[in-house]
Design a protein around this ligand. Structure first.
Ligand SMILES: [Zn+2]
Length: 236
């Protein structure tokens, strides 16, 4: 029974260590930091995509403006060379003025696109610097967590060895009962009786029941005394 208690202590410690490892990302803040970083990267990528399409729009407006300018230049050259008859000059002037209006509209649109780009640029820079900051923070945290994980894994290995050594000295049938209960209750399998209560489930035991537990424990039992309600092995 005493050795079984020692096993239970080892199991409790192992459970605690495994729990610590399983929750390390959360408790250390690495999980929320990584999520934070992911959202920032998402915003950054979206903003980059907007900047890219704005850049394309600006290039397209510039091209169209250049084509219009070329047209105006050609017409003016024709006019200068005298290739346009007097009769057609008014029409030509109207055409030039129409083209120039169009070009000025394009320039307005381009100006708008450029101001939008200028507006986004500092925001993008800000996002980039926040991402870089969090990146450094996260790798630092991950490094610390790796150290912790290595330490905990070392202790787990040690505890596993300790358990194997302890289990060697325990009756196989008793150990099987313990393991079955442990797997079923998913916590400590041996419960102490304190103030007449099973510490596993808080069931109140009668004095007769407690006396039976005492008698079984003091004898050479084949089955350990167990709690009627939760099935844990009882210990006084
Ligand atoms: Zn119980």
């Amino acid at each position: 029974m005493e050795q079984l208690f020692a096993v239970q202590e080892v199991d409790a410690r192992l459970r605690e260590l495994r729990h610590r490892l399983a929750n390390l990302a959360e408790t250390s803040g690495a999980k929320s930091l990584a999520e934070d970083l992911r959202l920032l990267q998402l915003s950054r990528n979206r903003m980059k995509a907007s900047m890219e399409s704005l850049g394309k729009r600006r290039d397209e407006l510039e091209d169209r403006s250049r084509i219009l300018m070329g047209k105006v230049k050609n017409i003016k050259a024709k006019e200068m060379s005298g290739a346009i008859s007097h009769r057609d000059i008014a029409t030509t002037e109207a055409e030039i003025s129409h083209l120039e209006t169009q070009r000025s509209e394009l320039e307005d649109a381009e100006f708008e696109v450029l101001s939008e780009i200028e507006h986004l640029e500092p925001q993008l820079l800000d996002l980039e610097s926040r991402i870089a900051e969090r990146d450094i923070e996260l790798s630092k945290l991950n490094g610390q967590n790796l150290d912790i994980t290595n330490g905990v894994n070392g202790e787990i290995t040690e505890m596993d060895g300790k358990r194997i050594a302890l289990v060697g000295g325990i009756d196989a049938a008793l150990l099987k009962i313990y393991d079955d209960i442990y797997a079923r209750v998913d916590s400590l399998a041996v419960a102490k009786v304190e103030n007449g209560n099973c510490q596993g489930c808080r069931l109140k035991l009668s004095s007769v029941e407690i006396e039976n537990v005492r008698r079984t424990l003091s004898g050479d039992f084949s089955r350990p005394p167990t709690c009627e309600q939760c099935g844990r092995i009882l210990y006084l």
